[in-house]
Design a protein around this ligand. Structure first.
Ligand code: ZN
Length: 337
């Protein structure tokens, strides 16, 4: 089941990252409900499709993904994110050969925690997966190998093999070949799971009607919320931008040329290129959203006079940033926000 509004919404303004998951039904007939979910620019769950099958096996996943492909059509550079279920990965490569698949780093860390019974190992794996630079990724993995893995290899052979078997390109942000923006987990799919917590006891048709009603209500409320937004960015993206503004207050900026700036803070240095929308922290180009260093560069361009009028309460201050060079801050971020 896929509503027209879900598909059109995804086509028009969603990041091409789809979380897929399945949940066991508790009704008289049992079975599993499959769902595919995206995340909108306001960091809200945007369900795309629901399906019903007997269990999480290859055939059921293939059928569901086939239906999803029928609803969405061909999209280049699509990213699927899921837990480490073997069937999902195999069927995605079969049905969506042009898409890539990544592992939810939260699920991975949780599995590590359960197998090793060590929270610290899971925490380091999680940090490594979320690192924006190869240097940081290698530092965390080095820490893991030096401090724990020798000891863990002897204590938990199976768990050690589980970690070693993971391809870093599968779960780490810095190695991933496609754009996955800020989406590192299947949280959106877990949200659907929790919304269906009680409805899972219903029979299939009643459950389908429950889902349809729920989506109708969500889309109506969001449409109203979107109309009342006062910024060009979504409310969630606006809040992220505010946090970045706080960070960039302590940075010093030296121009290299018209578009390139050297940004320093606490002995560290980054290079921002506003024309290419890149920063050596990698966050700017990976998330497609202004990092604090890029914001510091924009602030520099627009002089202390503009900066003085900045206020967290002033929703138009972003544009004051860019007045002199007619830079629109939203143009430096992806349209998805
Ligand atoms: Zn940066």
């Amino acid at each position: 089941m896929s509503l027209g509004l879900s598909v059109r919404g995804f086509w028009r303004c969603m990041r091409l990252v789809i979380a897929i998951d399945g949940t066991h039904l508790k009704g008289r007939l049992g079975g599993t409900m499959f769902f595919a979910t995206a995340q909108d620019g306001n960091e809200q769950v945007h369900p795309i499709a629901f399906g019903y099958g007997d269990s999480e096996n290859n055939l059921s996943w293939e059928w569901f993904l086939d239906c999803l492909k029928g609803a969405l059509g061909h999209i280049d550079d699509m990213v699927f994110i899921s837990d480490r279920h073997a069937s999902i990965e195999a069927e995605i490569s079969k049905v969506f050969p042009y898409a890539t698949h990544t592992i939810c780093c939260w699920h991975f860390a949780e599995n590590v925690k359960k197998r090793f019974h060590r929270k610290d190992v899971a925490a380091i794996m999680n940090k490594a997966a979320r690192a924006y630079t190869e240097f940081k990724y290698n530092r965390y993995m080095g820490e893991l190998r030096n401090l724990h893995m020798g000891e863990l290899r002897n204590l938990h052979k199976n768990a050690f093999d589980y970690v070693e078997a993971v391809d870093p390109h599968k779960c780490s942000r810095v190695h991933y070949p496609q754009r996955r923006y800020m989406v590192m987990t299947t949280n959106v799919a877990e949200c659907i799971n929790s919304c269906l917590k009680f409805a899972r006891q219903l029979l299939m048709l009643t459950l389908a009607e429950f889902v349809r009603n729920m989506l109708q209500r969500w889309f109506h409320d969001r449409h109203r919320a979107a109309q009342s937004m006062r910024h060009q960015l979504t409310d969630a993206a606006h809040l992220v931008m505010l946090k970045q503004v706080e960070k960039c207050g302590y940075m010093t900026v030296n121009p290299v040329d018209w578009n390139i700036f050297s940004v320093k803070r606490s002995g560290k240095q980054w290079t921002v290129d506003l024309a290419r929308k890149t920063c050596t922290c990698n966050k700017f180009q990976m998330v497609h959203f202004l990092c604090s260093h890029a914001l510091a560069a924009v602030r520099y361009i627009n002089s202390k006079q503009s900066y003085a009028i900045l206020s967290k309460r002033d929703c138009h201050y972003f544009h004051c940033f860019c007045r002199k060079r007619n830079l629109d801050l939203t143009s430096l971020c992806s349209d998805y926000y």
